[in-house]
Design a protein around this ligand. Sequence first.
Ligand code: HEC
Ligand code: HEC
Ligand code: HEC
Ligand code: HEC
Length: 241
Amino acid sequence: MINVVAAFEKHWSAVAGASLVAGWAAVTAVFAADPNPTTVRDAAQYIGVNDCALCHKGKKVGDQFDKWQAGPHSKTFEVLATPSAKAVAAKLGIADPQASGKCLKCHSTAYNWTEQRQTTTIKPEQGVVCESCHGPAKNYVPRVSTDLVLEDPLGQRSLMDFLNPFTLRAKTCYSIITMDDRQKAIRAGLIYPAFQSCTRCHNEQSPTWKPDRYVTKEGKHVGFDLRQNFVKIAHPMPSSQ
Ligand code: HEC
Ligand code: HEC
Ligand code: HEC
Ligand code: HEC
């Protein structure tokens, strides 16, 4: 765990352009809060988690998909079926939390922070997918089917190797993939850093919010501590570790 924290802080001090010691402070100061938490995200631009899995799965790339699947955000729909969720809902006059927009606005991506389902591309059952944090992806994610030009005939490669640009980097048309250029991807809608997204859900409007759930490094009691919480869901690329 120590290593994860150290690697994380090192990476972010580099990105934030601060010294190693001041790194974390700079990250939290700049990114902890959503600068504009009321910005509406365009639900028509969601593509869903299966597309991300196509490239972000496997040890070589850092297993982002499997880490998400094993973590809390893939289970935010399931948790609404527990007796404690039903008890929370009952107090608010809600019979079935898994059918209520009042819960699914934060417990799923499909509701996009509203009380109505906003997209059919993502099922509420899938919970909080990558795009809740990284932004609706239609314009920043490479279009696998139309953008990947075959330079190297399939040959000995498996289909997955072939589709995965991480394995194609050296050989084929990697440069046409939007995600090789962070600034280009950000202009196309990628939210990076994605810390800006956490407090859209982790806030006092959550009925289970406990203002003293975490104790920060400095000894303060808070309802959400980015430092401790991000370490629990970290999914770095191997190049950042
Ligand atoms: C066709 C393959 C492909 C698909 C599909 C894909 N990605 Fe990526 N993604 C990449 C590659 C390749 C990189 C690494 C680029 C690099 O290291 O220069 C990357 C990097 C990223 C980064 C890090 C960006 C940065 O600047 O460090 C994020 C965040 C990301 N992807 C999110 C997603 C999400 C969310 C989805 C699904 C909505 C997705 N990706 C779908 C290929 C893909
Ligand atoms: C403002 C966003 C938001 C809304 C609305 C929301 N939740 Fe949550 N919920 C969260 C977050 C974030 C967590 C993680 C723990 C925390 O910070 O409260 C969570 C955790 C939970 C948990 C796990 C228990 C725990 O303490 O970790 C249950 C059960 C739950 N919510 C039930 C509900 C029910 C039922 C509704 C609808 C009546 C609802 N939530 C509405 C954001 C929300
Ligand atoms: C709960 C929010 C959240 C979810 C869900 C989430 N991410 Fe991230 N992701 C982050 C944060 C925060 C970072 C740190 C850097 C940043 O802001 O992008 C990150 C970083 C990344 C990176 C870059 C890692 C690096 O070393 O630079 C990739 C790639 C990525 N995420 C892909 C994904 C994919 C694919 C999914 C879904 C399978 C996903 N993320 C789900 C919040 C999230
Ligand atoms: C779209 C809403 C949403 C966003 C955005 C979001 N979360 Fe969550 N998160 C939840 C919900 C709902 C739960 C409760 C899941 C459960 O209890 O099973 C949760 C649970 C968690 C948990 C496990 C419970 C706990 O409190 O320890 C961690 C850790 C966490 N989130 C970290 C983050 C981080 C870090 C970010 C930002 C990078 C983030 N989340 C962004 C909705 C969200």
